[in-house]
Design a protein around this ligand. Sequence first.
Ligand code: ME8
Length: 519
Amino acid sequence: MSRTYYVTTPIYYVNDVPHIGHSYTTIAADVLARFFRQAGRDVRFLTGTDEHGIKIVKASAEKGLTPQQLADTVVVGFEQLWRDLDITHDDFIRTSQPRHEARVQAIVQALVDRDEIYLGGYEGWYDEGQEEFVTESAARENEYKSAISGRPLVRYKEPSWFFRLGKWVPRLLEHIETHPDFILPASRANEVVSKLKMGVEDLSISRLADKVGGWGVRMPNDRDHTVYVWIDALSNYLTALGWPAVGAEDDEAHMRYWPASVHLIGKDILWFHAVYWPCMLMALDMPLPQCVFAHGWWTSEGRKMSKSLGNFISREVIAELCAEYGRDAYRYFLLREVPFGSDGDFSRASLKGRYNSELANGIGNLLSRTTNMIDRYFDGVLPEAVGVGAVERPVIDAAAALREGAEAMMARCDFHAYLGALLAVAQATNRYIEDTEPFKLAKDPDQRRRLGTILNTCAQAVAVILAHLEPFMPEVAAAGLSRFGGAPAAGTLAERTAWGALPAGTPVSKGEPLIPRKP
Ligand code: ME8
């Protein structure tokens, strides 16, 4: 059995419609899933929706719907967006599903059995938009408003069950210090560590069921309480694998995927994933995920995204952008524009700029030049490479750097550098064509072997580029590779992209520009 790779996205709240931020994490997860499948790993890719909590209860009431009706409506939009963006998840979990609810109860019961939970009372501030308890000092600092949404915090005072979070903090700190890749980027790990060192209180993990209209998972040990939505939500990463066993047929069928290779999340929900979740897992005596990667946030046209400003990038706007540039270009842009982990600004001008300079002029143009010349000078049959020498070196070296660095870059979610290395191959090859001037050599019959070597080199480079582009731009890459009739389709990515993998004699067809320039 090959090594497993388990990638997850956050499960998205159904109080509002999907937008660019959701598409960002899910596209990143899809790229990782596709890449590691190509690398021969046994991949599991999970996404889904977070449907409980006061936020959903309030949003549904405003719309005159029940929470379930709201969830059922909004989830359709998420599923549609994932189809629109060619997302290849293996499972889609909804927290209102019985398979999830039963297992959340089993998880909480296990914590009760281990004496990790006790009854107390919560009095303090709550950020209903973030579904987050806020300490007095943090509340005061932000003038009793949400640090994220700016909306007023709500005062809560009620009996509540508590998880002994504080007890696990020393072990968590040690884990973070001894596992430098546990929280990425590293700067985020530092933030978590300094906050942990300031001291952490035990975590309120239940809400009175009446206060949330009974919408949620009941505490197994106390019917008057529902499980705090974050405990419910975080558990999805395990419940979706069938853990803990509660008697259904597929119980624990997928437990070979645990621990997760990476939980991809946005920076605003790092604390939940880097503190609550691992402490819960330690209390359950379960292995911790290998990595929690917190990406940055997008603004739109230079400002915080909002419906009232008219710069909200909804599913409909994404569909429009995909119609104009192709969904592959949208996928590419998001992961290329800024390093994963940094904040980025989305603008139509930068999408168009990158599309034209990197995709159309860089990769598309190289593919067209190469296939056109092979068609014209060699009747569409890939010529042999003989006497490969120093002139070819920069191209071969750039391809080797991409191929050899690919897996490590993907393991660190360094999409930006990966695509940078990929573009470097295109640049080196385009420069090679300019330097060697094959169109001039074609006029001289004595240069035929040299011409063949140049075009073979270009074709090898294009094949390496397209194979590595596949996880990001699956349709464009497949269409490009199909122009090289004999491009090896089987084998791992590294096998398929060994230099010279495209044999001489391969039929090569030219065609319409694959990535046409936008005026
Ligand atoms: O937080 N740019 O769900 P959610 C980039 N249900 N990312 C953005 C963004 C933006 N402008 N706006 C939001 C939740 N996000 C919980 C998760 S997981 C067990 C439970 C990201 O729908 C945000 O950072 O509010 C978060 O990672 C994700 O969208 C889901 O947000």
